[in-house]
Design a binder for this molecule. Structure first.
Ligand code: NAP
Length: 255
């Protein structure tokens, strides 16, 4: 008996990285899973790689979370094809790093839109079902960068915004049996951080080694580390936890 037997989880930006790792974990614990990503064929391919428990299903759906109508259509497709919706993970994300004086308005808008408007669009579409059934779990991806990070004025503002959004969801939706929490990852080895290595002209190995050295547990994080925390926070074991942000960062911001 898995913690997610009979549950349907929707994860945005889940064709790879943290989103895919989280999809794998929910699937292993019995959930049916909808993988949403910009490119439908990548989403479908990722859904096809999930190892499902007997009776569970997976679907891959192309959806730009910035587009409110597309977000609404995707949630409806999940309900129609998988028979409901119980968990929403707002994971889709991008970076457009630059020092403030070089950051363009487009880079500011895009990052705000994907992280904040995307989470708003998806949550608004899902909460209709959650409120009706008096049950739902929302998990938003913040970041240690919410606390400030050089070259990430747009991203850190968006990721702190995600924390405020999460607290407000906790207040508004708690009375309807809905929990909303956030995870703020530290350095997680994915294509996102590999791209940052390339931008700062370091090899992936050296960049990861430097990140490992900068935290107390002396290793980088992996999608599985975030997935384990996500599987707890979206479970019924965490039903007395809402509006919180859990830092999963190897203690990077303790000192
Ligand atoms: P990733 O490997 O770059 O994956 C992100 C996924 O989101 C990609 O598949 C991407 O699609 C998709 N995506 C981008 N814009 C989208 C949109 N508008 N609609 C739907 N999907 C979209 O990133 P990750 O490292 O797994 O990060 C996942 C989340 O964790 C993000 O919110 C990120 O900010 C956060 N986070 C990551 C780290 C880290 O160290 N990796 C640390 C803290 C927080 P395309 O490939 O088509 O662009």
């Amino acid at each position: 008996m898995g913690r997610y037997d009979g549950r349907v989880a929707v994860i945005t930006g889940a064709a790879r990285g943290i989103g895919f790792g989280t999809a794998q974990r929910f699937a292993a614990e019995g959930a049916s899973v909808a993988i949403l990503d910009l490119d439908e064929s990548s989403a479908q391919e990722a859904a096809g790689r999930l190892e499902l428990v007997d009776g569970a299903k997976a679907v891959g759906i192309g959806c730009d979370v910035v587009d409110g109508a597309a977000a609404g259509d995707a949630v409806q497709r999940v309900v129609d094809e998988l028979g409901g919706i119980h968990v929403l993970v707002n994971n889709a994300g991008i970076t457009r790093d630059n020092l403030l004086f070089k950051m363009t308005e487009d880079d500011w808008d895009l990052v705000m839109n994907v992280h904040l408007k995307g989470a708003f669009n998806m949550t608004k579409a899902a909460q209709k079902h959650f409120v009706e059934q008096r049950y739902g779990k929302i998990l938003n991806l913040s970041s240690v960068s919410a606390l400030g990070n050089r070259g990430q004025a747009n991203y850190s503002a968006a990721k702190m915004g995600v924390q405020g959004f999460t607290r407000t969801l906790g207040i508004e939706l708690g009375p309807f049996g809905i929990n909303a929490n956030a995870i703020a990852p530290g350095f997680i080895a994915t294509e996102m951080t590999d791209a940052t290595a390339a931008r700062v002209k370091m090899s992936v190995e050296d960049f990861r080694a430097a990140a490992a050295e900068s935290n107390p547990v002396k290793r980088v994080g992996f999608p599985e580390d975030i997935a384990a925390a996500a599987a707890f926070l979206c479970s019924d074991e965490a039903s007395y936890i809402t509006g919180q942000t859990l830092y999963v960062d190897g203690g990077a911001k303790l000192g």
